[in-house]
Design a binder for this molecule. Sequence first.
Ligand SMILES: NC(=O)c1ccc[n+]([C@@H]2O[C@H](COP(=O)([O-])OP(=O)(O)OC[C@H]3O[C@@H](n4cnc5c(N)ncnc54)[C@H](O)[C@@H]3O)[C@@H](O)[C@H]2O)c1
Length: 255
Amino acid sequence: MTASQKVVITGGASGIGLTLARRFLARGDQVALCDADPGALAQVRQSFPEVIAAQADVTDEAAIGAFLAQIETQWGQVDVVCSNAGSSGPAGPIEDLAFDDWQACIGVNLHGAFLTCRWAARMMKAQGAGLILLTSSTSGLFGCPLRSPYVAAKWGLIGLTKTLAMELGPFGVRVNAICPGAVEGSRMDRVLAIEAEASGKTPQQVRAQYTGGVSLRSFVSGDDIADTVLFLASPAAAKITGQAMTIDGHTESMV
Ligand SMILES: NC(=O)c1ccc[n+]([C@@H]2O[C@H](COP(=O)([O-])OP(=O)(O)OC[C@H]3O[C@@H](n4cnc5c(N)ncnc54)[C@H](O)[C@@H]3O)[C@@H](O)[C@H]2O)c1
């Protein structure tokens, strides 16, 4: 049995982040989330009035800072921070990629994690406890042609995880990365569409390429991810830190 925890989730108004919010709430935890999408936030406020749901872009230092400062004032402590906000970025050969698109992808996936972790580290070090979870990807463990900005950002998050686990471990703070495989849902449908366009294949062919490289021959669900996250946020995982945990049916190849 896990005592009620105070949980912050970035990019929490839809997709995996929203599934995490639902599952933490169902366990009796308190949830604060931020997101850049006002429509998705409005739905969260309607469905879960008990959740603190703030508009903040994780790449905007002032906006994410204001959200995190609000949590600090309202709660005074935080037990779990899920740095989840991310976007898939452009697909294509590197010579065709625009620098703006590269920067935007690195910005949301990596700079956003930096700003979130910097705050979490300060809070948790002072508390002498806490868990930071960074959402990397199987793309943070493999090369994936035509997805260079996303892959570079997700590998970067694993480096950040390993380093922060070392910096914060002596203060009782754990830091882990989760590495989901392809997750069923609207985001993956968009990824299949842009990769299909970039490679001249159909979305169905790209999907078959993804599942063909996975031992269990399937995508994963948001709840599969949440099961692992709730485990990592439980006393059963008290000695697990510095890890990149895959939830992917075992990726053999992404090519
Ligand atoms: N879906 C997958 O197959 C998959 C696989 C591996 C890793 N991931 C990672 O999981 C995380 C969540 O992805 P998802 O599938 O739920 O995507 P999603 O697009 O369904 O949800 C992402 C949420 O983050 C929000 N967001 C995007 N940019 C933001 C920003 N700058 N500031 C604040 N919020 C922002 C979006 O509005 C959205 O609500 C991402 O880091 C993604 O890279 C997803």
